[in-house]
Design a protein around this ligand. Structure first.
Ligand code: KG4
Ligand code: ZN
Length: 335
């Protein structure tokens, strides 16, 4: 079993998974109540809150735990907010030292990739290379996952990530933090055909993305309608639906073009934005039509930041590393 710890942004989380990637404990505290007040995450405030909550989170995750069952502890070491990351890393080091356990540093985005192993009825072996679309607030990448520990980034955003675009557009529409889920809710009753927003770089042959142009187009649309105070509820829903559809179409067109180019058999979607119903459904639908084996996180809570995915990544590393030597000095914040 592996204990995972995640504190890269405004979630403070700890989880335990067993040897079949089934989640035994999954504790997630959040600082989002503070971020709601400030309209977004303030690094200094998030770090202080992580310091306040980490002990309780660890206590809850390890309640009734037989420490003899724990093979190793895994902790996120980046990318993310430095102060928050340090809180998790130092707590993990202390615990690993006291309990005499190896400590495995985990790259946050590799954690998101491993979220697709959690709580599966059958955990079939992956068909490497797997093509993975990782979409969050902080990153927007395409990875070629070549073997358990080998991955190559073949595409990324050149400016904003899709989650960031969701969040910033939501803010322009006067929707509360966190913007992605609120915009998605608002889009439910909207008509995506009313506002035709750009699909940036969709015709470019490379695997990169850009969402800043879409954001600017939303800004001008709102301005041309007379500003946010003059927009009706219906218009707000239609704009939301237009944004969501433009993001989904851009992500999926470029991703499936890359899947064809790299001749993969299996495709995965992961990261916070994979919690979006339209994106999940269209991703799975296209995979089926094009006969790919596909995975999205088995539960919505494994899409957004959590520690079970970090434990899963820790298990991947543990199971695929012959020399189980993880020096404490190697566990430091890295980007
Ligand atoms: O992976 P994550 O929890 O944190 C990062 O690593 O960034 O992703 C958070 C992002 C935020 O931008 C949030 O708005 C977005 O995921 N998100 C969504 C939805 N749920 C979360 N975006 C669109 N629709 C959703 N339902
Ligand atoms: Zn994340």
């Amino acid at each position: 079993m592996i204990l995972g710890i995640e504190t890269s942004c405004d979630e403070i989380a700890a989880a335990v998974i067993d040897n079949t990637y089934k989640v035994q404990k999954n504790i997630i505290f959040t600082s989002s109540d503070l971020a709601i007040k400030t309209g977004g995450v303030v690094p200094e405030i998030a770090a202080r809150d992580a310091g306040k909550k980490i002990t309780t989170v660890l206590q809850k995750a390890t309640e009734n735990l037989n420490w003899n069952d724990i093979d190793a502890i895994a902790v996120t070491n980046g990318p993310g907010l430095v102060g928050s990351l340090l809180t998790g890393i130092e707590a993990a080091k202390t615990l690993a030292f006291l309990k005499n356990k190896p400590l495995i540093p985990v790259y946050h985005i590799y954690g998101h990739m491993c979220a697709n192993l959690l709580d599966r009825e059958e955990n079939l072996p992956l068909n490497y290379p797997v093509l993975v679309l990782t979409v969050s607030g902080g990153h927007n990448d395409i990875y070629l996952w070549k073997s358990p520990l080998e991955r190559e980034k073949i595409g990324q955003t050149i400016d904003d990530a899709a989650g960031e675009c969701f969040d910033k557009c939501a803010r322009m529409l006067g929707l509360p933090y966190p913007g992605g889920p609120h915009l998605s809710k608002c889009a439910e009753s909207g008509n995506a055909k009313i506002f035709d927003f750009p699909r940036p770089m969709i015709h470019k042959k490379n695997n990169n993305f850009s969402f800043s142009g879409l954001k600017t187009s939303v800004l001008y649309t709102i301005r041309d309608l007379g500003g946010i105070e003059n927009i009706s509820k219906t218009q707000k829903s239609d704009i939301s639906a237009g944004i969501q559809t433009a993001i989904c179409e851009t992500l999926l067109t470029k991703f499936y073009r890359a899947a064809k180019k790299y001749n993969v058999k299996e495709v995965h979607l992961t990261g916070g934005v994979s919690a979006n119903t339209q994106l999940r459904e269209e991703f799975l639908d296209l995979a089926k039509k094009q006969r790919y084996i596909s995975r999205v996180p088995s539960k919505i809570i494994y899409s957004t930041d959590n520690a079970a995915m970090i434990a899963a990544a820790g298990k991947m590393i543990w199971d695929n590393t012959l020399k189980k030597d993880f020096p404490f000095e190697d566990v430091k914040v890295s980007f």
